[in-house]
Design a protein around this ligand. Structure first.
Ligand SMILES: Nc1nc2c(ncn2[C@@H]2O[C@H](COP(=O)(O)OP(=O)(O)O)[C@@H](O)[C@H]2O)c(=O)[nH]1
Ligand SMILES: [Mg+2]
Length: 457
């Protein structure tokens, strides 16, 4: 919604707290202070001052608050902004909200509206605005770092730099169109081809990053697979340190996919437990097996859980092993100690087991043996997938779609036989890039982008 009303919202979480922060933005923001406190109560810019807040109708004292005033344009939104730091009781929050609501031309802010105004007033580009939401939602260290970097403009800068290069190409193309008539001058064509190809290359590298930025936002998905009763649910519970999945000695207990969110070395992980893989006459269990297989197909990493107690069951699992698979041998507590670490094929495990994976990690979900080693191995696997490149990664499907579109136009520009056709393709490529940072017609996108925010941001 864009109107010119002054917006306000509780920016801190609702509920009892030591302090609550109200944020107010808009042309009339200062009135929140002059009307709720004394007419001359507006503090100096950016200087915290204590004021008594009163009910504007009855004059009754509501609370003592710390007040901050950020005059436009040097504020988060670019408008006049007031922050009220009140005591964080429910009744205080209620009374202050009602008092603000009663002021003329004030209304409650919608989700993300402060950030949206900041974007509309040129305080940040769209990638930075999106990073604000990511920072608020960040649950692990790696997510926080990625969001902060993007909020500081690292990603927007790459796209703006590409746009600038396209703009220069376009300018020289237009000059060529003005001077020559139809044909593209030979030397210009060659120079431009080189430039566009270089850009196309950089873009391809950026796109071809294994979705690491998007994955870091959404979580790295790991799926536990194995025969029924191998101990998948037990392993999930041990890794999650709580009883999430039902563990039982009866095969076929887990039927649906169960997910837990873990933080492994700062990386967000979504670990899924699945139904044991076997042919079953039970329709529900068969559906569970189908879900397990489809989850395995999209997972970033599969952990195949072999059962030291029933080696025969393990054979059929070999077909599932690929380069994104980690094999573990559970119920190691039932094996006799191995003479050589990691040697399998003894203690009842058939010797074919380790063919594709000579060293399944031995562990016991029951005793906790080997769990630290598994976590360490997982941390290694995950960080090797995220840290192989230090350039800021693409973080959203929205960016990816726009970049793919941009790359298509670039490819077409490279094929274009005539200057004016090429110019049109370069213009379209620029437009696609501009949508990522919000430089061109993004009005239709804004509702979708800011919907993900919380109120007060
Ligand atoms: N001895 C031993 N038993 C285990 C271990 N992990 C699981 N179990 C037992 O194996 C049975 C099946 O476990 P569950 O986690 O339900 O297996 P799932 O079908 O693969 O999910 C249960 O009786 C568990 O207590 C282990 O490491 N050692
Ligand atoms: Mg289970």
């Amino acid at each position: 919604m864009s109107d010119d009303l002054t917006i306000f919202a509780l920016a801190s979480a609702a509920g009892k707290a030591g302090v609550s922060v109200f944020r107010i933005s808009g042309a009339d923001a200062a009135q929140a202070v002059t009307r709720l406190c004394e007419p001359n109560a507006l503090p100096l810019p950016r200087t915290a001052s204590v004021r008594e807040i009163k009910n504007p109708r009855t004059g009754e004292a509501v609370d003592h608050a710390l007040i901050l005033y950020f005059p436009a344009p040097h504020s988060f939104t670019g408008e006049d902004v007031i922050e009220l730091h009140t005591h964080g009781g429910r009744a205080v929050i209620q009374a202050v909200s009602e008092a603000l609501q009663s002021l003329p031309r004030f209304r409650l802010a919608e989700a993300g509206e402060f950030t949206r105004r900041a974007f509309e007033n040129g305080k940040m580009d769209l990638t930075e605005a999106e990073a604000v939401a990511d920072l608020i939602h960040a649950e692990t260290e790696a997510q926080r770092k990625q969001a902060l970097r993007q909020m500081d403009g690292a990603l927007g800068k790459i796209y703006e730099d590409w746009r600038g290069r396209l703009l220069r190409s376009l300018a020289s193309l237009e000059a060529a169109i003005d001077f020559a008539d139809e044909e593209l001058p030979e030397d210009l064509s060659e120079r431009q081809n080189k430039e566009l190809l270089a850009l196309r290359d950089e873009m391809a590298r950026h796109l071809n990053d294994n979705h690491r930025g998007e994955r870091l936002r959404e979580g790295f998905s790991i799926v536990l697979l194995g025969a029924p009763n191998a101990g998948k649910s037990s392993l999930l519970n041990t890794l999650a340190r709580r009883d999430v999945a039902i563990v039982s000695p009866f095969a076929g207990t887990t039927r649906d996919v169960i997910e837990v969110h873990l933080d492994i070395n700062g990386y967000p992980v979504i670990l899924s437990d699945t139904a044991g893989l076997r042919v079953s006459a039970d329709a529900v269990e068969s559906e569970g097996v189908r879900r397990a297989q489809s989850r395995a197909a999209t997972a970033d990493l599969k952990i195949i859980v072999l059962d030291a107690a029933s080696p025969a069951e393990n054979d059929s699992l070999h077909t599932l092993i690929d380069e994104n698979t980690l094999v573990v041998l559970n119920k190691a507590d039932l094996l006799s100690p191995l003479p050589l670490a990691g040697r399998v094929g003894e203690g009842g495990v058939p010797s074919e087991t380790p063919v594709q994976n000579p060293n399944p990690l031995r562990l016991s979900a029951l005793t906790g043996e080997g769990i630290d080693a598994l976590l360490q191995k997982l941390a290694q696997e995950i960080s090797s997938r995220f840290d192989n490149n230090t350039a800021p990664p693409l973080t959203r499907a929205r960016h990816r779609a726009a970049l793919e579109e941009c790359a298509e136009h670039l490819d077409r520009a490279l094929q274009a036989p005539m200057a004016d056709l090429r110019a049109e393709d370069v213009r379209l490529a620029m437009r696609a890039l501009g949508r990522i940072t919000g430089r061109v017609d993004v009005e239709d996108l804004l509702d979708i982008i800011f919907r993900d925010f919380c109120i007060g941001k």
